[in-house]
Write a protein that binds this ligand. Structure first.
Ligand code: GLN
Length: 446
């Protein structure tokens, strides 16, 4: 009850929540108490949390930050929601996000921007900005996020918390509203790597309802957090420390590297030569997939429908025209163009080839090193409004995170310090299914 009051009270100023689910939360808390009394509680039973509003929650509005789904109550629970319910976590509500997860600042949300708890003039990052702000402000100790091009790691960095994007396929996408299906991956956001480890254990695992879900056992991440880092080989990609990286952010990352050296980590410079291709490839592939995924929002079956349509064509046009915001429309147009006959080879196919080159860079790097380290974001949180009118500048916020999605690798953002009072995040990137090593390295640093 205290937490719900905080979310509605002092926390309301942040605009981190779209929906607060008091009744369900109180019922879940009572059920958790009973489990505890019956001796049937796990480590997460009774722990309050919030779901990004992209995860379908049965009987609760699931808006995806869009007017299109403002009236949508999901008829079923996402896999991750089921898993968290089974573990006894208590969901307090649904967090604000960029519309359909398209954005890096939470400013594209139909419900308005979220404020960064460290400085309310600043954005929290995006698209999982509501989750990051809610955890950073102490409204909940844990939240879910999704990461298509950095949307867990970048807001985690900008809000000074820990956020893990698992290997593609580690966590089922069933019931997670699709943006770009070959890139989307759900993951945990919390204060520490230890909390993320517990949460990942609960959410990961095979699910027959997602054809890209991977059938491999889920390690006990939380039990392997105290491994020695002596002799761990970590690569520093020279492309992640060049032009465009804020000097003060670079200083904080250098200090973190020095700390890691004291823990016995061996660093070596590596090259991810095709890094500059990541943002351009992503902004063809992600819009292409989104233009296809978002065709289901037609005003007929669910979601927003325009007033008094003249005929079917008018119904489609006005429902989509009124239901989607400007960034979503921009992506649908770019994606439709890239997939159209005559342009497919020049854009989509080319982008897929670039994607392969980016993956090959990582594979070569992992022949030499165990993990890769760099900044999560080139700058600290920028001010609300500062990049809103400049999509390219906004897109460059994700320059260090996007390649990881294109390759399908796991990555974690860990709080590393501050610059001008705003948090700086350190990113660690691992090989496929090496979440355990990532979490261990993050935990030892914390
Ligand atoms: N900021 C990137 C975009 O706008 C990534 C978003 C995400 O990871 N969902 O597409």
């Amino acid at each position: 009850r205290d937490r719900l009051a905080r979310i509605r009270g002092a926390g309301a100023e942040l605009n981190a929540f779209v929906t607060v689910t008091d009744e369900q939360a109180l019922a879940a808390a009572r059920a958790a108490d009973q489990r505890r009394q019956a001796g049937d509680a796990g480590p997460l039973t009774g722990v309050p949390m919030a779901h990004k509003d992209i995860f379908c929650t049965r009987g609760v509005r699931t808006s995806c930050g869009s007017r299109m789904l403002d009236n949508f109550e999901a008829p079923y629970d996402a896999h991750v929601v089921e898993r968290f319910n089974d573990a006894g976590l208590v969901c307090l509500g649904k967090t604000n996000m960029d519309e359909f997860a398209m954005g890096s600042s939470n400013e594209t949300s139909f419900y308005g921007p979220v404020k960064n708890p460290w400085d309310t003039a600043a954005v929290p990052g995006g698209s999982s900005g509501g989750s990051a702000a809610a955890v950073a402000a102490g409204l909940v100790p844990a939240a879910t996020g999704t990461d298509t091009g950095g949307s867990i790691r970048q807001p985690a960095a900008l809000c000074g918390i820990t956020g893990l994007k698992p290997t593609y396929g580690r966590v089922s996408r069933y019931g997670m509203i699709a943006f770009a299906s070959s890139l989307d991956q759900g993951g945990p956001m919390a204060r520490t790597a230890e909390d993320c480890a517990l949460l990942l254990e609960a959410m990961a695992g095979f699910d027959t309802r997602d054809s890209t879900s991977v059938e491999s056992p889920v390690p006990r991440y939380s039990e392997a957090l105290n491994g020695d880092l002596t002799g761990l080989k970590v690569g520093l990609p020279k492309e992640y420390f060049g032009d465009g990286l804020d000097g003060d952010v670079a200083r904080v990352i250098d200090e973190a590297i020095a700390e890691y050296r004291k823990l016995g980590v061996e660093f070596r410079e590596i090259s991810l030569a095709n890094t500059e291709l990541a943002v351009p490839a992503y902004y063809v592939i992600a819009p292409a997939e989104c233009s296809s995924n978002l065709s289901r929002f037609d005003g007929v079956r669910f979601g927003y429908r325009c007033e008094a349509p003249q005929d079917l064509e008018d119904l489609y046009k006005r429902s989509r025209g009124e239901g989607f915001g400007p960034e979503v429309k921009r992506r649908i147009m770019v994606g439709t163009y890239a997939l159209s006959a005559g342009y497919f080879d020049a854009y989509y196919l080319k982008a897929q080839k670039m994607r392969r080159l980016i993956k090959d860079d990582f594979m070569r790097a992992f022949d030499e090193v165990d993990l890769i380290l760099g900044p999560t974001s080139p700058t600290v949180a920028f001010n609300i409004g500062e990049r809103a009118d400049d999509p390219v500048k906004m897109y460059l916020s994700d320059i260090y995170t996007i390649a990881v999605n294109l390759a399908g690798l796991p990555g974690i953002s860990v709080p590393a310090g501050f610059s001008h009072g705003r948090p700086v995040g350190l990113q660690l990137i691992g090989n496929y299914f090496d979440e355990g090593r990532l979490l261990n390295a993050a935990h030892r640093y914390q």
